[in-house]
Design a protein around this ligand. Structure first.
Ligand code: SF4
Length: 889
């Protein structure tokens, strides 16, 4: 196997016991590993090599000087503490400034921290009259204010930044300089270099450089094609034993995840073998994004604010939390929780519902303990909050799984370090609330990059600088196009351009960036037996070109990742055997109107809903939903007609009395609905807000006033004889419970059933062999006196109306037509129509009892049905072509 670094380059210094310092951690680690492997063959005892990054070497030198009393006692800020100081002072500053706000103060803190480090590490403090240049630009001016506060804050805390420590080291008198080897690519910042040369006798270690003029270049159409080809190349190149293969991603932030997907696909590690991918990514995953810590953070944050529905549902399925101990209760908990229509789930609501469903369950116990605990109240030292976090996680049974897999276990081992990092922020931040402590812990986890241990011969996916110093059998450079290699000059927004230029900052200097890219190509080329570069020629519809530094032959590759090869394989479809019907065993089955309606709309839907009892989840609702408005109106009309009772009483009602009646009925109905919702564990009024609640109340009052005006126009006098009374209808062994909204009786003794609707279905849906709206036809079977049926339609935006069927009911204008005309010759007289309905409804009941469950929806039945994932209607439609089902053999 090829050595991971060019060891002969470092051997003289390693053998002499001198220290080697490198710009990055990765190279330091690889030099150490290569040295150990080199020594293993020759000697049973291996001397520990002295290899460190430049920063850690200087940090150790500073610590030793402080311990020896050569420098004043002080603490060196960690990068996270440093960022916390910036963030706090920026937050404080924003609170004081009027009319100035930032959308992302944390991003501003990171930007300010980077600008400060850049300025100081380029020795900006040495410029005469430095800060006067910051007065001419608003952003720079604000930054200069923050920088002043930052310096003052560090003095207050008695701590030093890395820049401060380096300045102190420069002030030390040095009598003896140890020998140190410095790897020269990439360049150090001027201040770092100055301190290193002040403290040590530096020997430069120059990597080999090669002439990359003939470097072959491949051109792809899209970014995905290029990365897909890189994954295929990596698999082919690593096939030989002991091959060391590397992929350099010049645009790591955009390419990393996509390349990982293609590599997983290539090595068949997308599902079951997820942890077996033989690839080492230089940029791992932030710990906060790993499922283990993602769920831990979410469940703790639930304590301080409600979670969105999808996030909460994902928690209930988490293998790391105690929800899994109550897996039988969880579906009911989700269904009840969704009933509120709210887009988020609070801990209080969940406790209320869980206690109703199963007061003795583990989850109920945990929620109760959390609600009753006072541990998360008030402000505390961050050290104390780490204990609260530990306790809360233990309460939730986190990390739960008895046997965490290898990667989860490696992640879990970072818990203590992440909490230590949180506690260490207490050294620079005042006491915090629980909520702020969780935000800070999330930041600590986000700053900790998790890199699973991978075998030595894994394929290496590297950033441009991480690839420097390594040795490869095959190296591929992806994204080698203009604007990326070299990078475009970039101005640091918090620093005046004149200052950036005068300090020689490379990021702003095109020729320096070109020189840097040239050096990288030389070093990569020299370090590998085979090197290939690639780029993509189109990006978001715009053409892209190969880097001007690449003069080798460009070949156009025709690799295309789309469609994936597996899509083009033989269709994996086989005809399912016909399912036998499952007739109901119980002699008598109960149900409501929805059972017959579902059977008429789609037999499978009736089977799923009324035999399998599959629930339907309420979608999120903004404002009042149509069904909630329907509930208000039903209840208000019930209250209203309980008082009015007849057309005669309605006519004699004074406008004032009518107004009072309506207002009382509406407010009573809304109050009753609210109480019912509260009993189910949520507040409807709270969900919609009081302004919306009042508007709804006014709308209902207006609608009812309109409705009573319409009722006054009825040409036949009537008396309300029944409202909302349960009645039972026996239908072919089905015992149906029906509850007509209202039954009116006319002077001639005939009756009509009235059902209130926000939007009434058209009359054609009541007729035919499978009436899609069987509600009113079913009511007509209840009593031979019923000679008419009607929907009372109360839409919010159109005029109210009756949609009726029956002769001379005095409800709507069409009533005076004959029944034959109204039904378009389906029935000449009411008894004929009822007989037809009875026959078709009995047929539907028989089908249901016989277990008829074919997926055969009526037109439009699927539009608002959420069972498509169960019945697979979409797949059935897609495969409707019988040829697709034929055996290819
Ligand atoms: S989605 Fe359509 S086919 Fe499927 S159960 Fe619902 S109505 Fe029937």
């Amino acid at each position: 196997m090829r050595a991971t670094v060019d060891l002969p380059l470092f051997l003289p210094l390693l053998e002499s016991g001198a220290c080697i310092v490198t710009p990055g951690k990765r190279l330091a680690r690889e030099i150490t590993e290569s040295w150990v492997r080199h020594c293993e063959s020759g000697s049973p005892v291996i001397a520990t090599p002295r290899v460190a990054t430049v920063d850690s070497w200087l940090e150790q030198a500073w610590s030793r000087a402080v311990e020896a009393g050569r420098l004043p006692p002080s603490r060196l800020l960690t990068p996270q503490q440093d960022l916390a100081v910036w963030q706090q002072l920026i937050n404080n500053d924003l609170e004081e400034r009027i009319g100035f706000s930032l959308t992302h103060p944390r991003a501003a803190a990171q930007r300010a921290q980077a600008a400060w480090n850049k300025l100081m590490m380029h020795d900006g403090a040495g410029l005469r009259d430095l800060w006067s240049a910051f007065q001419y630009d608003d952003d720079c001016h604000v930054f200069s204010e923050w920088a002043r506060q930052y310096s003052a804050r560090l003095s207050e805390l008695g701590v030093v930044s890395r820049y401060g420590a380096y300045q102190q080291l420069l002030s030390l008198p040095v009598t003896e300089r140890p020998a140190v080897g410095l790897f020269t690519v990439p360049d150090l910042s001027p201040l770092t270099r100055k301190v290193l040369e002040h403290l040590a006798s530096v020997t430069l270690i120059e990597p080999d450089r090669g002439d990359y003029a003939d470097l072959p270049v491949q051109s792809f159409v899209t970014r995905d094609d290029e990365l897909f080809a890189a994954a295929q190349w990596a698999r082919a190149s690593s096939a030989g034993s002991g091959q060391r293969v590397g992929i350099v991603l010049l645009d790591m932030p955009n390419d990393r995840n996509r390349l990982e997907y293609f590599l997983r696909q290539e090595f068949d590690c997308l599902d079951a073998r997820y942890n077996d991918l033989p690839v080492n990514f230089a940029t791992g995953m932030p710990l906060a994004n790993t499922p283990l810590f993602r769920d831990a953070l979410a469940v703790l944050e639930w304590d301080v604010h409600p979670l969105s529905r999808p996030r909460w549902v994902s928690l209930t399925r988490s293998p790391y939390l105690a929800f899994k101990a109550d897996s039988e209760m969880i579906p009911a908990l989700i269904q009840a929780q969704f009933m509120s229509g709210s887009h988020e789930v609070s801990l209080e609501n969940a406790l209320h519902i869980a206690a109703r469903l199963n007061p003795a369950s583990r989850v109920t116990g945990i929620l109760r303990s959390i609600r009753s605990s006072q541990a998360h109240k008030g402000v505390k030292n961050l050290d104390d909050w780490t204990e609260v976090i530990r306790e809360r996680l233990a309460l939730w049974g986190w990390p739960g799984r008895p046997g965490l897999d290898s990667i989860e276990y490696q992640q879990f081992q970072r818990l203590d370090a992440s909490l230590d990092a949180l506690a260490s922020l207490g050294g620079v931040l005042p006491h915090q609330s629980y909520e702020s402590a969780l935000v800070l812990w999330r930041d600590c986890l986000a700053a900790t990059v998790f890199q699973p241990k991978t075998p030595h011969d894994s394929i290496q996916v590297l950033g441009p600088l991480e690839a420097v110093g390594g040795r490869f059998d095959a190296l591929r450079i992806c994204g080698a196009q203009r604007g990326v290699l070299p990078a475009r000059p970039r101005v640091e927004p918090f620093l005046p351009v004149a200052i950036q230029k005068s300090l020689g900052m490379a990021d702003i200097d095109e020729s320096a960036l070109t020189e840097e890219a040239h050096t990288l190509l030389q070093v990569w080329f020299a370090s590998s037996l085979e090197v290939i570069a690639s780029f993509h020629s189109a990006e978001q519809g715009l053409p892209r070109h190969a880097s001007a530094l690449l003069s080798g032959k460009v070949s156009e590759a025709n690799t295309s990742w789309f469609p994936p090869a597996r899509w083009a394989g033989p269709l994996q479809v086989e005809p399912a055997p016909e399912d036998a019907s499952l007739p109901l065993e119980t002699p008598e089955t109960t149900g409501g109107i929805s059972l017959i309606r579902d059977q008429a709309a789609c037999p499978f839907r009736a089977f799923a809903r009324h035999q399998l009892n599959l629930p339907s989840l309420q979608p999120t609702v903004i404002g009042i939903s149509a069904s909630e408005r329907g509930t208000f109106l039903h209840e208000a009309l019930f209250r209203l007609w309980r008082q009015i009772e007849s057309s005669e009483a309605l006519t004699s009602l004074s406008p004032e009395a009518e107004k009072n009646l309506i207002e009382e009925a509406v407010s009573g109905a809304m109050q009753q609905t609210e109480s019912a919702c509260e009993a189910r564990g949520y507040s409807l009024r709270e969900r919609v807000g009081s302004a919306c609640w009042q508007l709804e109340q006014q709308l209902c009052v207006d609608l009812l006033a309109q409705w009573l005006r319409h009722e006054r126009e009825r040409s036949v006098s009537f008396r309300v004889v029944e409202m909302e009374q349960n009645q039972t209808l026996q239908l072919e062994g089905l015992s149906l419970t029906l509850r007509p909204d209202r039954i009116d009786e006319f002077e001639d003794g005939r009756r009509a059933v009235i059902d209130y609707k926000i939007r009434a279905p058209s009359r054609t849906r009541w007729l035919g062999k499978r009436p899609q709206e069987p509600q009113l036809p079913l009511y007509s079977l209840l009593d031979p006196k019923i000679q008419g049926i009607a929907f009372a339609e109360l839409p919010a935006s159109d005029p109210v109306q009756f949609i009726a069927l029956g002769e001379s009911l005095g409800l709507a204008k069409g009533d005076n037509k004959s029944l034959e005309q109204q039904t378009r010759s389906i029935a000449a007289a009411w008894p004929d129509l009822v007989a037809q309905w009875e026959a078709s409804l009995q047929q539907l009941a028989r089908e249901f009892m016989a277990g008829e469950a074919t997926v055969s929806p009526q037109p439009g039945a699927c539009d608002y049905c959420d069972l498509a994932s169960v019945c697979r209607i979409n797949e059935l439609s897609a495969n409707a072509d019988p040829a697709a089902l034929e055996d290819p053999a």
